[in-house]
Design a protein around this ligand. Structure first.
Ligand code: 5RP
Length: 234
C-alpha cells in the first residue's frame, strides 16, 4: 500500500470511529481499511472510556478488535447492530459492492445485514462505474461442489479459479472451512441476476456481491479528506 493510500484509509477509519457513541452495538469489518477504523476506535475507548460491543466479521477482525480493547459479542447475544463498518473492493453508483478479497464476505454480509447503518470505507480507487472489470467476484463454496459451481460461473461468462493459499499448499480455507472460487467477469452489468443464479446453485454458501446493504460510503482521499456519500434513493 502506498503512503497516499494509507492516508486515505486512515482518514475514513478515523471518520467512522468519530460517528460511534457509547452504548452502540457494532459490526466490525475485515481488511486493511477496517483495521484503521478498529485502531481509531480503540484509541477512543482508551482515551474517552467509550463503551461499545462489537460482532466481528472474521477471526482476523476478532483478534484485532480484542487487541484494541473492543468488547466482543455474538449475533446470538446481539442480533441487532446500530452500525457496521467494513471495507470493499469495488463500489458502483448504486452502492452495490464487491467484497471478499480477504475471504470474509460470508460473515461480512451476515453482519452487515443486521446493522441499521452499514458504513463502507474505501479510497477513491475502489469507486467504479461498473463492477467486476478489475476485481474478481469471490464465491464461497462447499469443497465437494467446487466443479459444478465453477461450471455455473463459467456459463455466466466468468473465468474462474480456486483461490490458493499462501504459505500453505492447496486452497484457501475460509473461516467456515469452505473454499473460495474467484470469478473474473468482463464486467457485471446485472448484479441481481448473478446474485440470483449463485444463490440458487447448491454448494454456494454465499458470494461477495453486496446488494442493497450499504447505507453510506466514506471515500477517503490522499490529502486526508473524506467524502460522505449517502445511498442514492431508488
Ligand atoms: C475482506 C473484505 C475487505 O473489506 C475488502 O477486501 C477491502 O479490503 P481493504 O480495506 O484491505 O482494501 O471484503 O473480505
Amino acid at each position: 500500500m502506498s503512503d497516499l493510500q494509507a492516508a486515505a484509509k486512515k482518514a475514513v477509519g478515523e471518520h467512522v470511529a468519530s460517528m460511534i457513541s457509547s452504548g452502540m452495538t457494532l459490526g466490525v469489518g475485515t481488511g486493511s481499511t477496517a483495521a484503521m477504523a478498529i485502531e481509531a476506535l480503540g484509541h477512543r475507548i482508551r482515551e474517552e472510556g467509550l463503551q461499545v460491543k462489537g460482532v466481528a466479521t472474521s477471526f482476523a477482525a476478532e483478534r484485532l478488535a480484542r487487541q484494541h480493547g473492543i468488547q466482543l459479542s455474538t449475533l446470538d447475544e446481539t442480533p441487532d447492530l446500530d452500525l457496521a463498518f467494513d471495507g470493499a473492493d469495488e463500489v458502483d453508483p448504486a452502492f452495490v459492492l464487491i467484497k471478499g478479497r480477504g475471504a470474509a464476505q460470508t460473515r461480512e454480509k451476515i453482519v452487515a445485514s443486521r446493522a441499521r447503518q452499514f458504513i463502507v470505507l474505501v479510497d477513491e480507487s475502489k469507486i467504479v462505474d461498473e463492477l467486476g472489470h478489475r476485481m474478481p467476484l469471490p464465491v464461497e463454496v462447499v469443497p465437494m461442489a467446487v466443479t459444478p459451481v465453477m461450471q455455473v460461473l463459467h456459463a455466466l461468462g466468468a473465468t474462474v479459479e480456486i483461490r490458493m493459499g499462501m504459505k500453505k499448499d492447496g486452497p484457501v480455507v475460509s473461516d467456515q472451512g469452505m473454499w473460495i472460487v474467484d470469478a473474473m467477469f468482463n464486467g457485471i452489468s446485472n448484479p441481481e441476476h448473478v446474485n440470483d443464479m449463485l444463490l440458487k446453485t447448491p454448494g454456494v454458501v454465499d458470494h461477495g456481491l453486496f446488494i442493497g446493504l450499504a447505507t453510506t460510503v466514506l471515500v477517503g482521499r490522499s490529502d486526508g479528506s473524506v467524502q460522505v456519500l449517502d445511498r442514492p434513493t431508488a
